[in-house]
Structures are given as structure tokens and as C-alpha cells.
Write a protein that binds this ligand. Sequence first.
Ligand SMILES: [Zn+2]
Length: 271
Amino acid sequence: MLKPMSSHMSDGNQKPQFVDTHCHIHFHDYGLDPDEVIETARIYGVTKLLCVGCTLEDSRAGTDFVANRDGCWASVGIHPHEAKQYPNTDQLSSQLKELVQKPKVVAVGEVGLDYYYSHSSRQQQIRLLEAQLQLAQEYSLPVVFHVRNAFDDFWAVYDNFHGIRGVIHSFTADKSELLRVLKRDLFIGLNGIMTFTKDPGQLDMARAVPMSKLLLETDAPYLTPKPHRGTICQPRHVEVTATFLAELRGERLSMVAEATSSQATKLFNLV
Ligand SMILES: [Zn+2]
């Protein structure tokens, strides 16, 4: 029987509630029973979660997955790694338009640029990002961004689009990049990486994120936080990362839970 540690429930009688703003438990090869995982997440106070798409098929699977599951919403989009699979962005856009109009689809993503790996060319990634930003604009949806080693090019594209809200998911850059994110009024998504990083610059950044711009996520099945390394990541691990961040930042866990949950609920309209 899994039980949350009682020390996490210390302030007030109310158990902290969390939102996992980025997970992939709808993956067909996730490796755990997703309904058990959702049930366990609730025990740990993770009552809302966003299933984020990476390909067209996966985005479609995500919309089906959330349709009949309480507390689950979907984001549809194509990950930059997959850009070369979609040379025809017009065709892709019309396919994505069908998906964004489905019930419980609350965001576009994950989209962005990733120059760390070269699964797709930079030009392909940029074209795909532009097409999906147009979609987000047209449907007034917030965007879940994946940006790695590519911020200069990313801002050049992003700044051409007006009024795009969203989150830079799995943010691991330094404080100077953080300032550029905050200047655009975007949110910062932090996950299990913070619990095992050996880079003091990343922890400095995590301390510097204003509470009003912080969101929590897991990226499950990836990036399992300490001390659960070696197991498949689950939305319930948001509570572990939240506890770590509360301590790192010298804040009460209940305050981190409350602020991040209400911000996530508002940004993605999780009602
Ligand atoms: Zn992801």
C-alpha cells in the first residue's frame, strides 16, 4: 500500500494538491497500467494532469486517452525531433486543426527547437514550429514548448508571433536565459532533473524562478526524480519534485502546491 509521507501533510489539514503539466502516460509503450498510475497520483495529491503529444498519432492517442478519464487533459503537437516526418506543413496543420477541436484539448505542444540532437534539420524544425504557432494563435491556445540548445533561434521565431502564452517545459538553462523567458511572460516548467542535477547553475536558476511563473511537471516516463531513479516516472513524482523545490527555495510545500496548481489550472483552463 502506497502512502504519502506524513511530513508532507504537516501544514493545515488540507493535503497539498498538484498538477502534472507535462506527462506522456498515454504512450502505448508507457510500461505501467495508466489507470493505476492515475489512481496512485491522486493519493499523492496529483489530481490534474496534462498528456502531451509528440507525433500526430501520439497526439490522437492522447485525445482518446483523456476523453473518459477525470482529471486528464491533452495537448496536441509535433515534437521538434519528429519534424522530418512532416514535410508538408499545410497538410499537417489541417490534421492538427481536427485534433485541437476535440474535447479536453487545452494546448498545442510539445513544440519547439532541439539542436542538442539532430534528428531533424534546423530548417525543418523552424518550419514546423512556425506552423504550430499559427495554429495556437488561431485557436487561442497556450503552448507547451520544448527548447534545447536552441534559444537564439527560438526567440527569433517566437517574437514574430503575438500574444502566445505558454510554458517552457523542462527548463534547464541558466539565469540569463531565464530572464529572456520572463521578459516574454512565459511560465517555467521544472521536473525531476532538479533533484539529480549536478549543475549548480541549474539550481541557481530554480531558486530564481518567481513563484508566479513556476509550473510543475514530470515528463513521465522520463526524468524520474531522486530517490526513485531507475523506476518508470509517474505523475505522482510531481510531489517529490515539489518537496525538493520547496526546500531548495525555502518555501512551504503548501505554498508551492497552491501557486503552481492555480497557475496551471488558469493557463490551461483545467476545469
Ligand atoms: Zn515531454
